[in-house]
Design a protein around this ligand. Structure first.
Ligand SMILES: [Zn+2]
Length: 108
């Protein structure tokens, strides 16, 4: 089970975007990479199309290795690791190893 999910608040822990926080837009499971809002922005040349008649150079989010990001815990105000708890109903919940806050499972 991937420790990062779409909609999670994460922080970059390695690389040139270290320290940046954002929301996960996309998880590329097979590549073990994630796309985070406003992080790792890259320029992309877009051809004019029906959807985008202008085309041109756009700023888009590049992907980042999942191992270089950590979940952000609001209550700890820091990057944390999560563990998986199973509640009485058998649902898996990710909780902060430091403060036991449950991370929501957004967007799934
Ligand atoms: Zn915490």
């Amino acid at each position: 089970m991937a420790h990062i999910k779409r909609g999670d608040n994460v922080v970059v822990t390695k690389g040139r975007e270290k320290g940046k926080q954002g929301k996960v837009k996309r998880v590329l499971l097979k590549k073990n990479r994630v796309e985070i809002e406003k992080v790792m922005m890259i320029k992309k040349h877009v051809k004019a199309s029906q959807k985008d008649p202008q085309g041109g150079i756009k700023d888009i989010e590049g992907t980042i290795a999942m191992s270089n990001v950590s979940l952000w815990c609001e209550s700890c105000s820091r990057a944390v690791r999560s563990k998986v708890n199973v509640d009485d109903a058998g649902n898996k919940q990710r909780v902060c190893v430091k403060c036991d806050t449950t991370f929501p499972n957004p967007g799934m």
